[in-house]
Ligand binder design. Structure first.
Ligand code: ATP
Length: 237
């Protein structure tokens, strides 16, 4: 399938506030695209609209030309990590993934495969509520990978991961892109993005500020980012 994510005039208003403002851009397969912007810029809201958790006020978000809700087997086409702590705390990691697999007609052996892939095979039968933040993030990543999707979206995946985990997810994202998948990742960790992303989409106050290959960033990403977003920071210095 066509694995490009396309946003066309994507807009989300909450009352009089505009969280996402006429966003038009595309996220392509085969590369890691970093999705950057200050707190409150609209990254999570954009991701939620891509995966059908929020309705756009106007405009469109599509994957392979189709809105998420029109995909016949969404988890097999788009994997998303939004909040690592999404599993029921009393349910084991394995059961959480089994339920997701069953509801999306994904074979049970994928559960074992993704548990191994994220390094949770040794704790698969422990309740998710006893997991550390980093382990919960890994479980969320396992859920995103479950359907072997061509499109992966990670909202702050490095959150809570230790240095070994950070290196692991960097390799995971690079590997997924090298397999030809579309990888969109939001993060505030610019040094990490500098090592991971091939392409950058930067938003501020819901608007597109930059859509550019990493190679066009001269000097440090931090300097370039802070200059670009200087007028778009709602909170902070
Ligand atoms: N359900 C909601 N109701 C009202 N306003 C909302 C809602 N969800 C988000 N917003 C507002 O939309 C704006 C964008 O928020 P969003 O969470 O998308 O930003 P973000 O770029 O992901 O931020 P962060 O980096 O802090 O996670 C913020 O001003 C936020 O307060």
């Amino acid at each position: 399938m066509n694995q490009t994510i396309t946003l066309e005039g994507l807009t989300k208003r909450y009352g009089r506030a505009t969280a996402v403002d006429e966003l038009t851009c595309a996220v392509h397969p085969g590369v890691v695209t970093g999705f950057l912007g200050p707190n409150g810029a609209g990254k999570s809201t954009t991701i939620r609209m891509i995966v059908g958790l929020d309705r756009p006020s106007s405009g469109r978000a599509a994957v392979g030309g189709r809105p998420y809700h029109a995909l016949p087997a969404p988890l097999r086409e788009v994997g998303v990590l939004l909040d690592g702590r999404s599993a029921h705390p009393r349910r084991s990691a394995r059961d959480h993934l089994r339920m997701l697999a069953a509801s999306n007609r994904i074979r049970d052996r994928r559960v074992t495969a993704v548990l191994e892939q994220v390094g949770l095979d040794g704790v698969a039968d422990r309740r998710a509520g006893t997991f550390s933040l980093g382990m919960s993030q890994r479980l969320g990543i396992a859920a995103a990978l479950l359907g072997d999707p061509g499109v992966l979206i990670f909202d702050e995946p490095v959150n809570g991961l230790d240095p070994g985990g950070i290196r692991w997810i960097r390799g995971l994202m690079r590997g997924l892109a090298a397999e030809g998948r579309t990888v969109l990742v939001s993060s505030h960790l610019l040094a990490e993005m500098e090592q991971t992303a091939d392409h950058l989409i930067v938003i501020g106050r819901g608007r597109l500020l930059a859509d550019t290959p990493m190679t066009s960033v001269t000097g440090s990403l931090e300097d370039a980012y802070l200059a670009l977003t200087a007028d778009s920071v709602e909170f902070g210095s």
